[in-house]
Write a protein that binds this ligand. Structure first.
Ligand SMILES: [Fe+2]
Length: 281
């Protein structure tokens, strides 16, 4: 019987790549990198077979989609921020079997779910940046899951629950990652350079900090009650579909774990970021 061995809300900001590869910005995201590496170390210590990544940069317009390719290899440059993230080589084994199982459970739950084994359907950076640090030896398989920008919170909750059911029905040890921002309001062009390491707006910053307090103290039900408003008012990345899926997989409002912050809250290009592990209870 399979199980979820690690669950986390994680950052994937391209400034992580900048921090490693551009002299002027060396080290600016070291804390984010350290958090991702620690999560990767924990996943490996628990025998992870597959990282399942709810990727808020694989944005789809309808349905729930999984990348079921057996192997994903390529060189990635972000079309959104090519000056931040470029020439990233990657080579991972996918997890077609688990993708097909999630497809089955998703469809049984009444959600239009499709697993694709299509040449040319590569990974996006919501998967690639975390894997670069969490799965450094590429030992574990990687299964990327899209976020539907028009799905509502309840659909995402149900999809997360279907993922958890599929994992239990598999023979896999899975690390489940919600790869996405807290607040997500980029700075306008005139302020983008100056705002590289800050959050756009005190309102967004304060709400993000409150969310982290709720997570740390295990007040998940309260967080879930505010999630639709939070995603709307703080410009949630893909309406925080990744986060709704993660808590759906963890049991939604019956989840009674407390988040552990591995990377303290930080701003990146206006957005609010963190790495937080949620123990699987
Ligand atoms: Fe993002």
């Amino acid at each position: 019987m399979g199980k979820i061995v690690l669950a986390a809300k994680i950052t994937h900001v391209p400034t992580i790549w900048l921090s490693e590869h551009v002299e002027k910005h060396k080290g600016i995201r070291q804390s984010a990198i350290d958090g991702l590496r620690e999560l990767g170390r924990r996943a490996a210590a628990r025998g992870v077979d597959t990282f399942v990544v709810f990727d808020s940069h694989w944005i789809v317009n309808q349905g729930f989609h999984l990348n079921a390719s057996a192997r994903l290899k390529g060189r990635f440059t972000s079309h959104e921020l090519p000056h931040f993230l470029f020439d990233m080589d990657y080579d991972y084994r996918g997890d077609a079997d688990l993708a097909r199982l999630i497809e089955k459970y998703g469809n049984e739950a009444g959600l239009k779910t499709l697993a694709h084994d299509v040449p040319g359907l590569g990974f996006e950076y919501g998967t690639l940046i975390p894997m670069h640090h969490m799965n450094r030896d590429a030992r574990a398989r990687v299964l990327s899951v899209a976020c539907d920008q028009f799905a509502d919170v309840d659909e995402n909750r149900r999809f997360g629950a279907a993922v958890a059911e599929a994992v239990r029905a598999s023979d896999r040890k899975v690390a489940l990652l919600a790869s996405g921002s807290l607040s997500h309001q980029f700075w306008p062009n005139a302020l983008s350079a100056k705002g590289l390491n800050t959050v756009n707006g005190e309102f967004n910053r304060q709400v993000d900090l409150r969310v982290l307090e709720l997570w740390e103290s295990g007040r998940i039900r309260e967080f879930l009650d505010m999630l639709p408003d939070y995603a709307e008012r703080c410009h949630g990345e893909v309406r925080m579909a990744d986060t709704a899926m993660l808590f759906g997989a963890l049991g939604w409002d019956s989840y009674n774990g407390k988040g552990e912050i591995l990377t303290p809250y930080f701003g990146s290009s206006g957005t609010g970021q963190c790495n937080v592990e949620f123990p699987v209870t």
